[in-house]
Design a protein around this ligand. Sequence first.
Ligand code: DAH
Length: 372
Amino acid sequence: MSGPNTDYDPVEVAAVSPAELEAARDAALAAIAAATDLEQLKAVRTDHAGDRSPLALANREIGALPPQARKEAGQRVGQARGAVSKALAARQEVLEAEHEARILVEEAVDVTLPTDHDPVGGRHPLTTGAELIADIFVAMGWEVAEGPVIEAEWLNFDALNLGPDHPARTMQDTFWTEPADHHVVLRTHTSPVQARTMLTRGVSDGAPIYVVCPGRVFRTDEYDATHSPMFHQVEGLAIDEGISMAHLKGTLDHFATQMFGEGITTRFRPSYFPFTEPSAEVDLICFVCRGVGHDDTGQCRTCRGEGWIEWGGCGIVNPRVLQACGVDSERYSGFAFGMGIDRTLMFRHGLEDLRTLFEGDVRFTTAFGSEL
Ligand code: DAH
């Protein structure tokens, strides 16, 4: 067992000499004061207060001193280390505060600056509405057909049993294109797509026709809250063997329920269209008052107390139309219907002014943008 070191020579323990200790402490304090950011302070801490720093080495050497020298040396080293760690903590606090203040300035976001991102648009309710209608019919196995908006007079009128002198021609105020002897119009309804479908697809090969045709139509109407010279219709046409009014009623009831909700069905009122015989106006149970005509606060504003809303026209395709379009009217029969899409959307979304659908205000469109 080794005894205490009696040959101790204090001169050999240089690191704890007061001068060196002071020099180490002063160097540490100067480095701390000179550190201008937290990174630098971290390095200073390692160099001057870390395990291998002169002050740490001095501290370790205390243990090697003879007992009588330890107390005094311990005090001096302890004071020097205390001063350094106090200075480190103080500097740390100052630099952290500076760092945070700088981040607040450098990383500040000016939320009032104009954005350079293109705003996300919304799909127009007429687009999504026409798709919704098409989907309802596609789900029943129908196809979607489209036709041109600039249409031959013959397809818009004559083929549909509206001959040149037919009084019903004046039911639809027509935009004619020039020169007049070309007999081309802006289509006044989507019904010419019926004629086109029968002429191009035919049922002569035995395949029945079930098509739905959404599209844009034109009439010389005023532009106001309920009229527009351009609007949208959806046409339906079913040609098969044994088609009856019952199929028409069932189809439109299904359409109404899908569009407006459970319990919303239709009623037919006798009417006249040259292309259908018999013909009917289709009304929809008012989906706001559900046919009652009023609620606790008074008359229903949507149907004006009627309990029903006019929705469109329909009927059994006139055999003369079938014949004009090359369909064997002895063998086949069919039904057809036509509704205003804009009107349908006005009911569905409670729009008061038709013009909101056409004026292209994105604030209107985006409100519907996420509707599928
Ligand atoms: N084409 C008619 C209109 O615009 C609407 C219509 C009525 C279409 C009866 C039809 C129908 O197919 O059968 O006023």
